[in-house]
Design a protein around this ligand. Structure first.
Ligand code: GLN
Length: 210
């Protein structure tokens, strides 16, 4: 099974570990550079993007994580994780940095105070049945680069806002599949990891034959 890390500096780590396990992966928390080096792929959980950003730098994970992402390590971010994977944050906190793994601009807390948390049935590209989207002070994607595939949108006041994207090996959702019992988004990610070649790269680095 692919070994998928869950960045464990802040946020809903346990929920992602559970969902990844349901989806057939071996899920491990990642807090140190050595732990990051040992995984095939990484999930960045929901939480608070400004806090995760700060802790990434304090834990000396920011530079090695950027490097793995640049080398093509598959990654999935939900909510705060989507913000961190983006290349530009609108409404970001002063000094807030992101990882630039997705050619998108995200807007934090985009759905506004009145409806800062809501749930809606979503059509997600690649899933046969609708997915129950749980949005908690969620971002939306305001700009999508040419290489980015839009997987889901939510309508607000007559405008469709992008809430799920994929670019190569990187997946992101504004919503939190990890807080539901439905592991289909995680299964989609596990499938991306299986077909990415990342597992073979790790096995090779470990000196394992198969
Ligand atoms: N609003 C949070 C942020 O900016 C994200 C919220 C979440 O992950 N549920 O990081």
């Amino acid at each position: 099974a692919p070994v998928i890390g869950v960045l464990a500096v802040q946020g809903d780590v346990v929920e992602h570990v559970r969902a990844l396990t349901l989806a057939g992966a071996e899920a491990v928390p990642v807090r140190r550079p050595a732990e990051l080096a040992a995984v095939d792929a990484l999930v960045i959980p929901g939480g608070e993007s400004t806090t995760i950003d700060r802790l990434l730098r304090i834990f000396d994970l920011a530079a090695p994580l950027r490097e793995r992402l640049a080398q093509g390590m598959p990654a999935y971010g939900s909510c705060a994780g989507m913000i961190l994977l983006s290349s530009e944050v609108l409404d970001g906190h002063r000094d807030q940095q992101c990882l630039g793994a997705l050619d998108i601009s995200t807007r934090r807390n985009a759905f506004g105070r009145q409806v800062d948390s809501f749930e809606v049935e979503l059509a997600v590209a690649g899933l046969a049945e609708p997915f129950h989207g749980v949005f908690i002070r969620a971002p939306w994607v305001e700009r999508v680069g040419a290489e980015v595939e839009v997987l889901a949108t939510v309508e607000r006041d007559g405008v469709e806002h992008v809430v799920a994207v994929r670019q190569g090996n990187v997946l992101a959702t504004s919503f939190h599949p990890e807080v539901t019992d439905d592991a289909r988004v995680h299964a989609l990610f596990v499938e991306m990891v299986r077909s990415s070649g990342s597992i073979e790269a790790r096995a090779g680095a470990d000196g394992i034959a198969s």
